[in-house]
Ligand binder design. Sequence first.
Ligand code: UDP
Length: 325
Amino acid sequence: MASILVTGGAGYIGAHTARLLLEERHDVQVFDDLSKGYAHNVPKGRLHIINLHDTASLEALFATHHFDAVIHFAAFIAVGESMQEPERYFRNNVGGSVALLEMMRRHRVRRLVFSSTAAVYGDPETTPIPEDAPLRPKNPYGESKLMVERILEWLDRTSGLRSVSLRYFNACGAEPRYGIGEEHQPETHLVPLILRAVRTGEPLTVFGGDYPTPDGTCIRDYIHVSDLAEAHVRALEHLLDGGGSGVFNAGTGRGYSVLEVIRAAEKATGMPVPFRYGPRREGDAAALVADSSKLKKTLNWKPQYETLEAMVGTAWEFEQHRRRV
Ligand code: UDP
């Protein structure tokens, strides 16, 4: 059993990971400023409402718990918004991470799992994308995550911080055991927006039908959030066992277009998805599909969810029962 701090653990992926860690009998503390996450995602007694820039509260938290490792999710995540407000993204995602890293150094916490993103690749030349593909983010969100990855490389060399960065592709779905799911405010992500369209009859806008893909819509690699949470636990175990730093793609290796996601949602819900085409969203790459063989081989990870329909089915289950926020 290890003592783990999960930053941003009231958010979608962080909360799934925190609950999986608790199931695996780790001692878990969550901190989150609730600017995006929800207190109801975190099991009682585990949540500390703190902002990454609040050094005094962070100091108190580190002083009362002896953390063996940190899993760092706390960040802004909307690609489109990052194009409108880049300074806010760099301050929160890069500045906030540096504040956390300084605190970790002060308290001799030397293991970190970092939530990175496929957005570090920009428009990739090869697909599926291996980790050593060129890194050319197309938006400040991706750039902010890449900057933190680079900082972590330096800290590995200079201060012995061991870290695993997981470059997420598109997380979706919900873990039925936990009763939590994806709920962003405002919602920008495809699967919950599709399900909202099913529920309300308000059409989804498909961002661009003129991409150089077979049906003209963007292709993404959708990974079930429970499989992604499992990847974090594997990364953590690797570090706790004395493993070295590394960067890993986290996806299934299978790409689906926006239209294919719509079709899968129609099968999962048994209802039509109303949609219309709109302009492209600034900062979007045409296709992002992971080569995740490194994660499978090195960390012995295997996704449990194989079909998109099954993944969307768990999101639909959550969508029907969740309280509206
Ligand atoms: N998308 C869309 N309409 C929406 C939201 C998203 O067509 O209302 C598309 C978006 O252009 C991208 C894919 O769905 O190709 C996944 O977008 P999302 O925001 O869920 O994740 P991202 O790829 O930005 O991490």
